[in-house]
Design a protein around this ligand. Structure first.
Ligand SMILES: [Zn+2]
Length: 280
């Protein structure tokens, strides 16, 4: 019985240096065990809290990074929207520009749907840009044909001199009556060189009634030029000529009152005002 009492208690004795006992505490063993249990529970709890804190801290760092990324993406999005807006405004101006370019060729510009709200701007702009690309290809095709036709247009002067008599209605220098002048009379002196204003094939070379000694050049695209009253011809029918090549010399052959060059431009066989072609 006394053994059990001794084993169940734990004695703490506080003594002075001389060995005099000052205090004696009897602590029951279960108290110690309970304290140890409480302490280990506390340590375990603390460990759980610490783990939670670590996780929280890590997720807080992640959240901050995520928020920064969202802000960055919001900025990038705003910049992209501004760029799309600029592009959309440009694209909106294209149909008018296109109409201006193609209308001289007798073509109409395709109608593009007007720009919608902000939400579908990017999609609509993409579609419009895609259509405009097709339109640009069309324009490039037209320009290529135009360039080819233009390179064969008689835009140069066959002889550089003043025009003495204009195209169209005029008073006949022979009868004094009104007559239709099919070309212009260029004040070229006798023997002056007459040059091809554009490349082409010689359609005629020789004597031709009132035109006298004359040359006709076929430039293609239904455009021909005629040179009348020549004193000499330097080309034969069927021959190819380059721009600036010598066709003959000015003179006064045929129905002519004096040395000059009668110059005609024929489109689809009909005489037109050569001044409209003289760009150079
Ligand atoms: Zn004439």
């Amino acid at each position: 019985m006394s053994h059990r009492r001794r084993a169940a208690r734990f004695h703490v004795i506080v003594a002075s240096g001389e060995g005099a006992r000052l205090l004696r505490l009897a602590i029951p063993r279960w108290t110690l065990r309970a304290s140890a249990a409480v302490a280990s529970l506390a340590v375990a709890g603390l460990a759980v809290l610490l783990a939670d804190y670590t996780v929280l801290r890590a997720s807080r760092i992640e959240t901050t990074a995520f928020e920064a990324r969202i802000a960055e993406e919001r900025d990038a999005n705003a910049r992209l929207r501004a760029e799309i807006d600029t592009i959309r405004r440009e694209v909106d101006g294209w149909p008018a520009l296109h109409a201006k370019i193609v209308s001289p060729f007798g073509r109409s510009a395709p109608t593009l749907a007007p720009a919608g709200g902000a939400s579908d701007d990017a999609d609509r702009t993409a579609v419009r840009v895609q259509r405009a690309t097709g339109t640009l290809r069309q324009i490039a095709g037209v320009m290529l044909r135009f360039d080819r036709a233009l390179s064969h247009m008689p835009t140069a002067w066959p002889v550089r001199a003043a025009i003495n008599s204009e195209f169209g209605q005029r008073r006949s220098p022979w009868t004094g009556d009104a007559e239709y002048h099919r070309g212009v009379d260029i004040a070229a002196s006798h023997g002056e060189r007459v040059h091809a204003p554009a490349p082409g094939a010689i359609a005629f070379s020789g004597r031709d009634g009132g035109y006298g000694l004359s040359v006709v050049v076929d430039h293609g695209s239904n455009v021909k030029t005629r040179y009348g009253h020549l004193s000499r011809v330097s080309v034969k029918a069927g021959e190819q000529v380059a721009r600036g090549q010598l066709l003959g010399r000015a003179g006064s052959t045929g129905r002519s009152t004096g040395a000059h060059l009668h110059y005609e431009v024929l489109v689809a066989g009909r005489p037109v005002n050569p001044r409209a072609y003289l760009w150079d």
